[in-house]
Design a protein around this ligand. Structure first.
Ligand SMILES: [Zn+2]
Length: 131
C-alpha cells in the first residue's frame, strides 16, 4: 500500500498510523491512498472518495479529527474503511443511476442508496473493530 501525502504532512502522520494499524482489512484493490488535510472543515473528522476502477482512494483528514478522543478517531477510521469496502457497489449504483430515467433515480437511488450504505457501515465497523 502506498500513501501519498498531498498537503498538511504534520497532521497526516497520525491518520497514516491509524490506517497502517488496520491495513489488513483495507480492500486489496486499493493500491494507493492519497491523504490531504482540510483545515477549514471542523464539522467532519474524515472523508473518503473511492475510485475502485482506478484503484486509489482520496482521504481528507478534517479539522474535526484533531483533538478528538482516540476512541472517536478509531471509530472514524474504521467507518471510512467500511465505505472503502462498499465502494465498488456504490460505484455500480452510480453507474446505474446515470442510465435510469430521472423519476426512478429520485425515488429509488438518490433517497435510498446513500441511506442503505450508511445503514450497513456500522455493521461492518462492528466486524472490523474486534479484529
Ligand atoms: Zn459514512
Amino acid at each position: 500500500m502506498k500513501y501519498i501525502q498531498k498537503k498538511g504532512s504534520k497532521e497526516l502522520q497520525e491518520i497514516r498510523d491509524w490506517l497502517i494499524e488496520y491495513e489488513d482489512v483495507i480492500p486489496k484493490w486499493i493500491t494507493e491512498i492519497r491523504l490531504s488535510y482540510d483545515a477549514d472543515n471542523r464539522d467532519s473528522m474524515l472523508k473518503v472518495a473511492c475510485h475502485p476502477y482506478r484503484r486509489y482512494v482520496e482521504m481528507d483528514l478534517c479539522a474535526g479529527f484533531i483533538g478528538a478522543t482516540d476512541e472517536d478517531k478509531e471509530e472514524a477510521v474504521v467507518h471510512e474503511i467500511a465505505h472503502m469496502i462498499l465502494s465498488p457497489i456504490s460505484d455500480l449504483i452510480g453507474l446505474v443511476r446515470d442510465v435510469l430515467p430521472s423519476g426512478m433515480v429520485d425515488e429509488i437511488l438518490e433517497k435510498q442508496a446513500e441511506k442503505a450504505e450508511e445503514f450497513v457501515v456500522p455493521d461492518i465497523v462492528n466486524i472490523i473493530k474486534p479484529l
